[in-house]
Design a protein around this ligand. Structure first.
Ligand code: ADP
Ligand code: ZN
Ligand code: ZN
Length: 756
């Protein structure tokens, strides 16, 4: 038996910790088991055992484990321990950061006196009193005779619900509450219990509601879909990852359903990842109608105790066969994973930005699948250039579907030159006459309309027209957005809200006003222009009061026009939309980033993809000041490859991914002086280690201060051939030296691998 345990603690230190194992606990401590340990003077923390051994650590006195939290089986599987290790290595963060991101907080009861916080939910149930079963059967007539009609009725109801009338030895569970629903007065049930005919007992139940709908079998596939699925299977025979490049509405989800069923029939599990929680409901309903209670949904906004319950079930004897989730679901235990599906794989929101671990859900999923000897299917109508590059290079398999399931055509693009329309004074606020006409036409035909704007709020800035003063956040280097709902100016980076000054702080002018259009203002304009249409809005603000209702109202035709941000661009399946308007395409075409055009292309194609799913003839109206932009000429599924090839030439020339690998080094401090000194020192150090041409910066990012902290970044750009391990070792060395030389006082240093 081993005497020491090496553990992960939820602290941002880049190492494992060692504790001694008391004899009484020796048999329980093994890799993946959660422990309870002392830390510092007074703290007690949850730890995860990495390994056990007999070598007494030297140089410090080892403290003893206080308790073991997993007495039946480990809460973490060996595959997960491997994955966690990969994440902390690749993302350059501490193992503790990964642990904190992965474990629901109910499973890491830090500082609680007993070390227990997640409590399984229990409920009261009823069963026949033990003297009741006579010769293997229950006879209500002999029990009640002709008296006590209400009691007899209720008892018979119990027999029916539990199946005890047929199978008295092992009746099914009936909760007290569900039985109580059948009696006219609570005293009837109480009387049965008092007489010992029924008895009450407490048992564990789930927090998750069981699926009560009707299950169906998967739809029969069309020939095109069948060919695609054969292609995917074929590709899996020789490769671990396959890219399904399928036009919007070609029936990718239906293909997934067939592949999932195949895995489940083989006794293996499937993880289905989506980039956005707002998307899960629609897909969940579709999957649930086939997989019922075999599946669950897991993401960071599920209540913590639900997440803990799902986690526990995953390590138990009957784990879920299908988990639908956002990126954090890759951290869940899977004992027998067969397939991971990453839908909308191109979505930047698969990447976690803050806090650490800054992991990419798609890339992590591919690693998880490898560790579990499972396959990964990446699906998209607009693949990320990285994945497409890997597919062309033969690293991934690829299957292309270029026909929509209902054989409808993609919406035709109609490009409107906003500058020209303005000059001619044809613009009605933000609406061009062309878009206006298309909307009226659609409404007249009983069709629906989606209007996309990249900015929430009412107006984009608050300005003084006399002197050009712009209202900014005190803590962040950004201008504020006016929200009419609340009458306040809001910082979209830190959430702080401000009153709007009556007179200009700079010139005293009295005409301060909002400028530009956010979704709120567009909604208002549309309501004015189309008073008969029912208009709704979906963005981060309106989603707070329930995006599900907003989406289902639109889906079921209770609203006609939906105004929204990115949230409406992805994966949603609406049948009746014939017009999509992109109001300010320029705002998405002009990010100062090497991925700008890739992103703009994806966004426009995705938003457009919401239209014409059931009938041909839909249009996507793109309002822009750059009608000649190259990307707008390439808006068809077939042009994808030539556009990609063009972009790749540029990336190769400037040595951007996928021809190089980037790590961004981020320094933050409340003192601008300190952050500047530290970032210059760090850049010099890195140049010394990697060579000058590999290190760019330090630079102040576009938004150089957030929540009162000044930010500087250094970009390390290594050729793709450079081993990841080598890069990581040098980066960590530089960080260590900075620490030792005390150049980081008051400055935090972090890394972002593959910044998006
Ligand atoms: P994608 O995920 O590629 O955008 P979907 O899977 O949402 O496409 O399919 C588009 C529409 O076609 C959906 O309404 C879906 O129910 C329907 N559909 C797709 N495949 C089939 C099929 N084999 N049988 C019946 N309906 C299908
Ligand atoms: Zn002014
Ligand atoms: Zn702010």
């Amino acid at each position: 038996m081993s005497k020491y345990a090496e553990v992960i603690l939820p602290v941002p230190l880049n190492r494992y910790f060692t504790y001694s194992i008391p004899c009484s606990l020796e048999h329980l401590v093994m890799p993946g088991v959660r422990l309870y340990v002392p830390f510092g003077k007074t703290r007690r923390l949850t730890a995860i055992t990495v390994k056990t051994h007999d070598e007494k650590p030297s140089g410090y006195s080892v403290r003893e484990i206080l308790g073991v939290l997993d007495e039946v089986h480990p809460s973490l599987l060996p595959q997960q321990m491997k994955l966690f290790r990969w994440i902390s290595d690749y993302c350059l963060c501490s193992p503790g950061d990964v642990m904190k991101a992965a474990l629901p907080s109910g499973l890491r009861p830090d500082n609680s006196p007993s070390g227990h916080s997640f409590k399984p939910k229990t409920e009261l149930f009823v069963r026949p009193g033990h003297n009741l079963i006579i010769k293997g059967r229950i006879d209500p007539d002999s029990l009640f005779g002709n008296r006590a009609k209400a009691r007899k009725e209720l008892f018979c109801k119990y027999l029916e619900l539990s199946g005890a009338d047929i199978n008295p030895e092992s009746p099914g569970q009936v909760s007290r509450q569900s039985l109580a629903a059948f009696c006219k007065s609570p005293s009837v049930l109480q009387a049965l219990i008092d007489e010992g005919i029924l008895e009450c007992y407490e048992a564990e139940t789930g927090r998750l509601k069981p699926f009560t709908g009707k299950k169906r079998s998967p739809h029969a596939l069309s020939q095109v879909q069948q060919e695609a699925i054969d292609g995917i299977r074929n590709s899996f025979a020789s490769r671990n990852v396959c890219l399904l490049h399928g036009i919007t509405s070609c029936g990718k989800t239906e293909i997934y359903i067939h592949l999932i069923k195949e895995q489940i029939d083989k006794g293996r599990q499937v993880l289905y990842l989506l980039p956005e929680i707002a998307l899960t409901t629609q897909i969940m309903l579709r999957l649930q109608s086939v997989f019922g209670d075999d599946m669950t949904v897991y993401h960071s906004r599920c209540p913590d105790n639900v997440r803990a319950e799902i986690w526990n079930r995953q390590t138990g004897p009957e784990p879920y066969k299908l988990v639908l989730g956002a990126r954090s679901a890759v951290m869940l235990p899977f004992s027998n994973l067969g397939l991971v599906i990453v839908d909308e794989e191109h979505e930047p929101s698969f990447k976690q930005e803050d806090p650490a671990p800054r992991y990419h859900g798609r890339n992590t999923a591919i690693i998880l699948a490898d560790i579990c000897h499972a396959k990964t299917l990446l699906g998209s109508a607009t693949p990320s250039f990285e994945s497409y590059f890997n597919a062309l290079a033969g690293k991934y398999g690829m299957v292309t579907v270029s026909r929509r399931f209902r054989e409808t055509t993609l919406p035709a693009p109609l490009i409107v030159d906003v500058a020209e329309m303005k000059r001619k004074k044809y613009m009605n606020g933000i609406l061009s006459p062309q878009l206006n006409e298309k909307i009226s036409e659609a409404l007249g035909n009983g069709k629906q309309v989606i209007l996309f704007q990249n900015r929430r709020g009412y107006s984009q800035t608050v300005e003084c027209p006399d002197c050009g003063w712009v209202q900014k956040c005190d803590r962040c280097d950004v201008s504020l957005t006016f929200h009419k709902d609340s009458g306040m100016a809001v910082c979209h980076y830190c959430g702080r809200r401000y009153r709007i000054p009556v007179s200009c702080p700079s010139c005293g002018g009295k005409s301060i006003r909002g400028r530009g259009y956010g979704t709120e203002r567009i909604e208002e304009t549309i309501k004015d222009l189309f008073p008969k249409a029912r208009t709704a809005r979906l963005d981060l603000d309106s989603a707070k009061t329930g995006y599900e209702t907003i989406l289902s109202d639109f889906q079921n035709g209770r609203t006609d026009i939906l105004v929204g941000t990115q949230m409406i661009s992805k994966g949603l399946d609406f049948e009746n939309v014939s017009v999509v308007g992109i109001l300010q395409a320029d705002s998405i075409m002009s990010y100062p980033d090497f991925r700008a055009t890739e992103r703009a292309y994806q966004l426009i194609m995705q938003v457009a993809g919401r239209a014409g799913r059931k009938e041909s003839g839909a249009v996507v109206v793109i309002q822009t000041r750059q009608p000649e932009a190259r990307i707008l000429k390439m808006l068809s599924f077939g042009d994808w490859k030539s556009y990609f090839t063009e972009q790749m030439t540029e990336r190769r020339l400037f040595n951007y991914p996928p021809y190089s690998r980037l790590v961004s080094v981020i320094l933050k401090s409340t003192s601008i002086d300190r952050v500047e000194k530290a970032s210059v020192a760090m850049a010099e150090k890195l140049s010394g280690l990697f060579g000058r041409e590999t290190v760019l910066g330090p630079d102040a990012p576009q938004i150089s201060r957030i929540q009162s902290r000044h930010i500087r970044t250094i970009l390390v750009k290594n050729p793709i051939e450079t081993p990841v391990r080598y890069t990581r070792a040098l980066l960590l060395q530089a960080a260590r030296e900075m620490e030792e030389e005390e150049r980081l006082n008051g400055v935090t240093l972090s890394f972002d691998a593959d910044p998006q």
